[in-house]
Design a protein around this ligand. Structure first.
Ligand SMILES: [Zn+2]
Length: 148
């Protein structure tokens, strides 16, 4: 890490703090040569995940979007919002643990379904149709057979 003032590479970290939901680390540094202070943001490894959609398009993994999908599925169901947050967090962590840059949307969908199934059968069924974007009923039935 170079000092932006004198370009020296000898800097000292004064303070480190996780930001952006743990996806980046903010560091307060001091240059040991000119003693000026500056702040850096370092993205942590594997924070960025691409989702491959059924039609082959890629889009960045969007945790909020995933959460919205689950919320839609549990509408008027006796499922707490805390549980939705838990499921979203767990699924995100599971995907990051795979240490892949790209993950098919179906893999993410299945990870949610696995958890929703234990929580609420109606929400589970709704999520199948909301998230997995089925072409036809046959596809839908196949997934139900596989997951149920
Ligand atoms: Zn310096």
């Amino acid at each position: 890490m170079k000092c932006p003032f004198c370009a020296s590479e000898e800097t000292q970290v004064l303070e480190s703090r996780a930001v952006e939901d743990g996806n980046a680390i903010r560091r307060r540094r001091e240059c040991t040569k000119c003693n000026k202070r500056f702040t850096t943001y370092e993205k942590t490894k594997n924070n960025f995940l691409w989702v491959i959609k059924k039609d082959g398009r890629r889009e960045p993994f969007d945790k909020e979007k995933l959460k919205r999908g689950i919320l839609k599925a549990i509408e008027k169901r006796p499922v707490s919002l805390d549980l939705v947050d838990d499921i979203t967090d767990q699924v995100e962590r599971e995907m990051l643990r795979k240490e892949k840059e790209e993950i098919p949307s179906k893999v993410i969908g299945s990870a949610v379904l696995k958890r929703l199934k234990k929580v609420d059968k109606v929400a589970w069924l709704r999520f199948v149709s909301v998230y997995l974007e089925f072409d036809d009923l046959k596809d839908f039935e196949k997934t139900i057979e596989k997951n149920y």
